[in-house]
Design a protein around this ligand. Structure first.
Ligand code: GLP
Length: 245
């Protein structure tokens, strides 16, 4: 049985706000916190709540630094569906996190060099204090699709057709996501001192159940989290449905 703690809320909005409040508490307690950040629709209200705390309660990220989980390979700089653009629009441009300490994988050049450089940059900061994670409908974390090794490092990953389909709505009409991304590996993710997983909506119920109810198995990347000693899941009733009782 998993050691993960579950905080279950009546709505997605409440789960997002609680996750943001938890991150804010960590940053207040340790201003130099190294954040691992995630993208996806789930995190739009989480970043909105953090921005509100920054504006209205003086929450400062001036001494923090951040590493995002992943970035698509081959999108031109400034592409509206790049994760860099998502982060700028939802978070970075609204808070005082120094831009030179807000990193995403450099997916525009030589990938092998970029993957190694990313691992080195994380290590140079002393590792990630708290990693935010969403989960894909097929159980993927970051862009680590089913079958990914639980000890994988930052690498180029091939996206599954179901992930490409799920993320197509983030792209301008007529465009589809690139077939590859650079993602932190599951091993990289598991080295974070704390993990905060946010999952909302009934579309995530099966992935959450397979991650925390079933025996860990590479068919469900989220199940790797069972081996981590400090995971908190912020979810709504709909996403929790498969774990009830
Ligand atoms: C994406 C991201 C993940 C994210 C997941 C769920 O493809 N690479 O980091 O957690 O899919 O996204 P959403 O929150 O939009 O459902």
């Amino acid at each position: 049985m998993t050691k993960a703690q579950f905080q279950v809320f009546a709505s997605a909005r409440a789960a997002a706000k609680a996750a943001a409040a938890h991150i804010a508490d960590m940053v207040r307690a340790r201003p130099q916190t190294v954040l691992g950040l995630a993208t996806g629709k789930t995190f739009v209200p989480v970043y909105a709540a953090l921005v509100e705390l920054a504006r209205e309660r003086g929450l400062s990220f001036a001494q923090a630094s951040s590493f995002n989980l992943d970035e698509y390979v081959g999108l031109p700089a400034g592409h509206p569906a790049s994760f860099r653009r998502y982060m700028e629009e939802n978070f970075f441009r609204h808070v005082d996190l120094p831009p030179d300490r807000a990193l995403l994988p450099e997916a525009g050049g030589d990938a092998a060099t970029a993957c190694l450089a990313y691992e080195q940059a994380i290590a140079a900061r002393g590792g990630i204090d708290v990693q935010l994670l969403g989960i894909g409908r097929n159980g993927h974390i970051g862009f680590n699709e089913p079958g990914s090794a639980f000890d994988g490092r930052t690498q180029v990953a091939d996206l599954t057709p179901s992930t490409i389909a799920a993320n197509t709505s983030d792209f301008p009409p007529g465009e589809v996501p690139p077939p590859q991304a650079i993602t932190m590996g599951i091993g990289t993710i598991l080295e974070a001192r704390e993990i905060v997983l946010v999952a909302t909506g009934d579309g995530k119920a099966e992935a959450l159940a397979r991650s925390f109810r079933d025996k860990p198995n590479t068919d469900c990347p989220g199940s790797a989290l069972q081996s981590h000693g400090h995971v908190t899941v912020f979810c709504d009733d709909a996403a929790y449905a498969g774990l009830k009782g």
